[in-house]
Design a protein around this ligand. Structure first.
Ligand code: NI
Length: 389
């Protein structure tokens, strides 16, 4: 692998940073310690500008190259937040906060971007400006959106933006990406179904909300099986079904259903949203019950831009060779709020292999520190190639 030698020297330091972050996981926008550590390090590295408090707890560092004839500004982004999961890895650097853990490797993403920042600030072997973005609240809070809404892209004159995420199951050094939709739009629905509660021994005097809600769950499956173009990808998952009563002898008045809808195109997204309302309201009506639908659009599709994706793949090939870089991988139906940055500026998101580890969001997951020189070299080479000195 053609990683940059300097990252072999820095590997132990960056690993120590990563493990420190792992021991101190913070959720959503509550990344106060993490943001503080990041800002302090960026200042210590000699970044030309370090700005805190963008998108609440986001941090941005600016590094100017030796020259700036090109006027180019490229942004690299890492996420900083952890998950509400009880860690079971048993590793020495396990979470010190019960019920919170870095189960998605954002500790590794932050450490690798810090590693790249220290190298870029010490070498400055490029013509232009690098903006390093550390965002909170990737796991459901929309921290990426808040940073964009805070005017980050205009304030730092960002022209292109790049992101990466580790991926268990891909070998260390393996990269995967694609032009167009790489990750799904993630929408949520909450359904309130109301029938007529009463004594379980006398269903004829009731409208059995549990039965109505069960029909709704089954009918929702037809959005994928009957309403979606067979060559498109849509996911509809019901994830919560709660009746008002836990009693054996009560037909409940109300049932609350929750779930998620994942789509890769605006057309499929509109279709699925309309279908949820149509199916839920009409199925309830068919049984004499009623239903209210709350449909919340979440992260948009993470859509890679063609030129920047081809460029990102070329950098990955330089590091890992052709056989380890898949530039037409299948999309995944998970979501990613880097999507907001890609809506704002052209750029590319890539997956980098975490090796044969537990899957993302699993209590046994740990970021693979062997990936550090790969991820850091990818960032550094991307900058030095896009803006040659
Ligand atoms: Ni993640």
């Amino acid at each position: 692998m053609a990683t940059i030698n300097r990252f072999a020297d820095l590997h132990d330091d960056i690993t120590a940073w990563r493990r420190d972050l792992h021991e101190h996981p913070e959720l959503l926008f509550d990344t106060h310690r993490t943001s503080g550590v990041v800002a302090a390090k960026l200042k210590e590295f000699g970044c030309d500008e370090v700005v805190e408090g963008i998108g609440r707890t986001g941090v941005v560092g600016v590094i100017h190259g030796k020259t700036n004839k090109s006027g180019k500004v490229i942004a690299l982004r890492a996420d900083m937040d952890a998950l509400p999961i009880h860690e079971t890895t048993g590793v020495e650097h396990s979470s010190k906060t019960d019920g919170k853990m870095h189960a998605c490797g954002h500790d590794g993403h932050t450490a690798m971007l810090l590693g790249a920042a220290t190298y870029l600030a010490e070498t400055r072997n490029f013509d232009g400006t690098v903006v390093v973005i550390f965002q909170p609240a990737e796991e459901g809070g929309g921290g990426g959106k808040e940073m964009v809404d805070d005017g980050m892209m205009d304030r730092f004159n960002v022209q292109e933006v790049y992101g990466m995420h580790n991926m268990p199951g891909l070998k260390v050094g393996e990269f995967a990406t694609r032009v167009g939709p790489l990750m799904a739009a993630t929408d949520e629905f909450t359904l309130h179904v109301e029938g007529l509660g009463g004594h379980a021994a006398n269903p004829a005097a009731c409208i059995d909300t549990t039965v109505v809600a069960s029909h709704i769950v089954v009918a929702l499956q037809t959005i994928v099986s009957r309403n979606t173009d067979p060559l498109e990808s849509v996911v509809v998952s019901v994830t919560s079904f709660e009746t008002e009563s836990k009693a054996y002898n009560v037909i409940p008045q109300r049932v609350e259903i929750r779930g998620t809808v994942r789509t890769l195109t605006p057309e499929a997204r509109d279709m699925a949203e309309a279908a949820v309302s149509r199916i839920v309201e009409n199925t309830a009506a068919a049984y004499g019950a009623s239903a209210k639908v709350k449909y919340k659009r979440g992260y948009p599709v993470t859509k890679n831009h063609a030129d920047q994706t081809a460029f990102a793949a070329s950098i990955a090939r330089e590091i890992s060779g052709d056989a380890m870089v898949h530039d037409d991988t299948d999309p995944v139906m998970g979501g990613e709020d880097f999507s907001y940055m890609l809506e704002s500026r052209p750029g590319a998101f890539v997956f980098v292999g975490n090796g044969d580890t537990a899957t993302l969001h699993h209590p046994d997951y740990d970021f693979n520190d062997d990936l550090i020189p790969v991820g850091c070299s990818y960032w550094a080479k991307l900058v030095e190639t896009a803006m040659p000195a």
